[in-house]
Design a protein around this ligand. Sequence first.
Ligand SMILES: Cc1cc2nc3c(=O)[nH]c(=O)nc-3n(C[C@H](O)[C@H](O)[C@H](O)COP(=O)(O)O)c2cc1C
Length: 372
Amino acid sequence: MTNLKYASLLGALARPLLFRLDPERAHGWAVWALRTMPLAGIGVDHPRLAVTAIGLDFPNPIGLAAGFDKNAELITPILRLGFGFTEVGTVTPHPQPGNPRPRLFRLTRDQAVINRLGFCGDGFAAVHERLVSRPQRAGIAGVNIGANKDSPDPAADYVRGIRTFADVADYFTVNVSSPNSPGLRDLQKPWVLDDLLAQVLAARDAQAKKFGRKAVLLKIAPDLALTELDAIIACARRQKIDGLIVANTTISRPASLKDSARGEEGGLSGRPLFGLSTQMLAAAYLRVENQFPLIGVGGIDNAENALAKIEAGATLLQLYTSFIFKGLGLPEKIKYGLLRLLAQKSYPRLVDATGAAAADWASGKLSANNFR
Ligand SMILES: Cc1cc2nc3c(=O)[nH]c(=O)nc-3n(C[C@H](O)[C@H](O)[C@H](O)COP(=O)(O)O)c2cc1C
């Protein structure tokens, strides 16, 4: 049986049971199952889906977004399911418990999740140990770094993250956009961000001789006003970051939400985030003027909306919430679908589609309504 069929079958059998559990317990079971499941690696990806960016060769553009594998326990199984890369974290210097439970809510009717986990995790030392012992270091694994909740100097936490993981990370993400750590999003303010990025990039450069130059990406919120986006991108260009991830979860609540959990506090992800995050992606793409690539994330759950993200300006993609709702076979399904769409739309390779519809998304001519 192929990996796709095997994973889809297991997912289809397990999902009704997992969905009866509290979402955080269900996640715990899913992590256990993925660690123990005997998955063979999938074959080689089609070269039309390959992407070279941020100094790395990605076999395909579909990455698992930060938050699913916070503690670097699942890198090998995730890559074996067909993801082109994975991002562990957010990792903070010291282990921390995060917010009180319940703090994770499934909005099944909306194919969405609200979370207010608050950077719970094992901390730098434990995650570093797991990354060091990763077999052969095959495949691409980025490390998403953050600051502890009670940190007196958040910038120092990020710098420490770069120093700690320089030997094992394939790239870094500086997460200043999770809505569940008080004050974190204030690091997006340009005068704070300028200093933070300068310190982080200097730390990266200092490690480059010994461990190679690792790309540093910045992950931003989808809730920024365009004037705030202008300032962030000016700062990112000035500091010469290597890429921008658009976007994290939203604190907004679209009027279309139906599920009774919609009033819970935290960051909303999944299908209802697609329009907002894609608009923000396109706006960012037009401002970045090819100075660095963008990673599009938010509400991707099929090949059509994956290609839409690329056309709005993404070079690479990430997803999380749809992996919960649609199951383990999703990355393979999206890749098959993308190949079909590339042929239909006469794009020789996926990278040829990047930004083709950015102006239409930014002007509102295209919106989530075109991708129901
Ligand atoms: C339960 C949960 C936990 C998350 N934790 C993190 C995190 O620790 N760091 C981070 O940068 N993003 C985190 N995210 C945000 C995702 O990486 C992603 O940006 C967001 O969910 C939008 O993508 P999606 O609609 O495909 O889920 C989390 C998302 C969810 C649903």
